[in-house]
Design a protein around this ligand. Structure first.
Ligand SMILES: Nc1ncnc2c1ncn2[C@@H]1O[C@H](COP(=O)(O)OP(=O)(O)O)[C@@H](O)[C@H]1O
Ligand SMILES: [Mg+2]
Length: 268
């Protein structure tokens, strides 16, 4: 017997004007599963992620969160059939998001940044929000930085604050959009370490990433996209080791063919 998916997308599509950037996007995520979205730049990964929590309005198909349709009450995918902000917020309540560029407010301390969605979004009293923020900061190893301003932190620490902010609301599913791609290489590992520890705790996640070995290690399901469509999807072992399409083989080849052989000498 299968349990209700925590998140399900059925034939989801999205256009900007005449540019259809997402089409026929299907996905089912059970509680505890980790899905990685991979694909070239511009393939629609961020758009797909943002449609999952209605930060971007999808205009075809259905997004279901824990059995509730997100964004629309009527049959159409137009303004007239759109839900109120309050209803959208209620349905997407189990989700939270980690952004590529951290999106921290520079004029607020680390603790205030983590408290903001609790106080402003979830209407939680300040004293309780402070406790939840401090717990989340401790969880990502930044309890000692609560009073610092983001500019005093390294990029890796700033992204860990971004993760703490997403964790503090006690989500059941986290969306992560290339959480390490804005970081210098030596700062990537500390962020991956935090994400891996969330995975070990059973957090359900959808992560856009270019970290192929990390995706292979932690994912239950990998989705390869190109030009707004899912080209291949499957368990990481089969998808990475025996890609079915030439396009995925091409996309993965830099990760498998990277060679350290020296340049050939040019003889004068
Ligand atoms: N706000 C927007 N307005 C118009 N076009 C957009 C907007 N956001 C994204 N796009 C276009 O949608 C396509 C997919 O973008 P995106 O989802 O950001 O891809 P990825 O995350 O895979 O790099 C791109 O062609 C991009 O230019
Ligand atoms: Mg993107």
């Amino acid at each position: 017997m299968s349990t209700l998916p925590l998140l399900e997308l059925r034939s989801v599509g999205k256009s900007y004007g005449s540019n259809r950037v997402l089409s026929d996007f299907d996905l089912r995520i059970q509680p505890g599963e980790i899905v990685s979205l991979i694909g070239p730049s511009g393939s629609g990964k961020t758009t797909a992620l943002r449609c999952m929590n209605f930060l971007e309005r999808y205009d075809e198909g259905e997004v279901w969160i824990d059995g509730q349709l997100l964004g629309y009450s009527g049959p159409g995918r137009c303004e007239a059939d759109r839900d109120s902000e309050a209803k959208v917020d209620k349905v997407r309540n189990p989700l939270s998001m980690v952004f590529q560029q951290f999106n921290l407010w520079p004029h607020m301390t680390v603790r205030e940044n983590v408290m903001a969605p609790l106080v402003l979004g979830k209407k939680i009293a300040k004293a309780q929000a402070r406790d939840l923020a401090d717990q989340a900061l401790a969880r990502v190893g930044l309890g000692a930085k609560a009073d610092a301003y983001p500019a005093r932190l390294s990029g890796g620490q700033q992204q860990r604050v971004g993760i703490a902010r997403a964790l503090a609301v006690k989500p059941r599913l986290m969306l992560l959009d290339e959480p390490t791609s804005a970081l210098d290489p030596e700062l990537v590992e500390e962020v991956l370490h935090v994400i891996r520890s969330l995975a070990d705790d059973g957090m359900t996640m959808v992560m856009v990433t270019h970290e192929m070995s990390f995706a292979a290690q932690i994912s239950n399901q990998v989705v390869f996209m190109e030009a707004g469509k899912i080209v291949e999807t499957g368990a990481p072992q089969s998808l990475f080791l025996t890609p079915k399409t030439e396009r995925l083989r091409q996309f993965l080849s830099p990760w498998f063919n990277r060679s350290l052989t020296p340049r050939t000498q040019v003889t004068p």
